[in-house]
Design a protein around this ligand. Structure first.
Ligand code: ADP
Ligand code: MG
Length: 238
C-alpha cells in the first residue's frame, strides 16, 4: 500500500490581506507526503507553518494552487472542489494541537467518542473504537476520568486517541509535544510513528525540537515562501 498519496500540494500560494497590508506567506509551494510517511514541518516562527496546516485541514482558504487529500482534489486554484469541508475534516483528518483542547466537561471516553458519534457511528461502534484506542495508549483505567484529573502526558495521549477515533487517513499535528518534557515527547513521537506504520496514515507534524527529527521520514521546511523537502540525516548535516 506504499506510494499512495496522503497529502499533495502543488503551487500553493497564500496571501493574507490586500494592497499595502498584504502578507505573502507561501508562493507556489509544493510538497508531497505519502501514506505511511511521517513528515516534520520545521521553520522559524511566522514562516507559515500553522497557515499551511490549516489550509491542508480545509480550515482556511488558499489564494491559489491545488491540494489533494488522498486521491481527492480538495482545493482547485480558487475554490474548494468538495461540497463540504467540515465533512472532509471530520472523516479524513485528525488534528492534534500543542494545547490538547479536550472538552473539559466530558470524561476521557466521551471526548474520544464525540467525533465518531457526530459522524453517525452507532454508540456500540464508537464505544468499541474508543476502548481499542484507550488500550493502545495504555490509559484504559482513566476512561471515566475528567481531563482536569489527568497529567499533561496523559491528556496528550487522550488527545491523540481522539484524533485517531475517526480512523483518519491524515494527521495534522501543530507542536504536539511542546508542552511535554523530552522523555514524554519521545514517547508521543514513537506512538505516532507506530500509527503511521500500522495504519498507513500520512502525518505532518510541526516541531521546533531537532531531537525529534530522526524519528521522521522527511523534513519539510519553509524557505523563501517555498517548501523545501529533505531527509533527517541531510538536515542534521546542515
Ligand atoms: N489571519 C491572519 N491575517 C493576517 N496575517 C496573518 C493571519 N494569520 C497569520 N498571519 C501572518 O502570516 C504569517 C505566518 O503565520 P503562521 O502561519 O502563524 O506562522 P507559524 O505558524 O510558522 O509561526 C505571519 O506573518 C502571521 O503574522
Ligand atoms: Mg504556528
Amino acid at each position: 500500500m506504499k506510494n499512495e498519496i496522503g497529502i499533495k500540494v502543488e503551487n500553493l500560494t497564500k496571501i493574507y490581506g490586500t494592497g499595502e497590508n498584504a502578507v505573502h506567506v507561501l508562493e507556489n509551494a509544493s510538497l508531497e507526503v505519502k501514506k505511511g510517511e511521517f513528515a516534520a514541518l520545521v521553520a522559524p516562527s511566522g514562516a507559515g507553518k500553522t497557515t499551511l496546516l490549516m489550509m491542508l485541514g480545509c480550515v482556511i482558504e488558499p489564494t491559489s494552487g491545488k491540494i489533494w487529500l488522498g486521491e481527492e482534489l480538495v482545493w482547485d486554484e480558487d475554490h474548494w472542489s468538495i461540497s463540504d469541508t467540515k465533512k472532509i475534516r471530520r472523516e479524513k483528518i485528525g488534528f492534534i494541537f500543542q494545547a490538547h483542547y479536550l472538552i473539559p466537561f466530558l470524561n476521557v471516553i466521551e471526548n474520544i467518542k464525540l467525533v465518531p458519534l457526530v459522524n453517525g457511528w452507532s454508540e456500540t461502534k464508537a464505544e468499541k473504537k474508543a476502548m481499542e484506542l484507550l488500550e493502545y495508549f495504555d490509559i484504559k483505567d482513566k476512561r471515566e476520568a475528567m481531563p482536569s484529573e489527568l497529567s499533561g502526558g496523559q491528556n496528550q495521549r487522550v488527545a491523540i486517541a481522539r484524533a485517531l477515533s475517526n480512523e483518519p487517513q491524515i494527521i495534522l499535528a501543530d507542536e504536539p509535544t511542546a508542552a511535554l518534557d523530552m522523555e514524554r515527547a519521545v514517547k508521543v513521537i514513537k506512538l505516532l510513528r507506530k500509527i503511521v506504520e500500522e495504519q498507513n496514515v500520512a502525518i505532518i507534524m510541526v516541531t521546533h525540537d531537532e531531537r525529534l527529527l530522526p524519528y521522521c521520514d522527511k523534513i519539510l521546511s519553509i524557505q523563501n515562501r517555498k517548501v523545501v523537502t529533505t531527509t533527517p540525516d541531510q538536515h542534521l548535516i546542515v
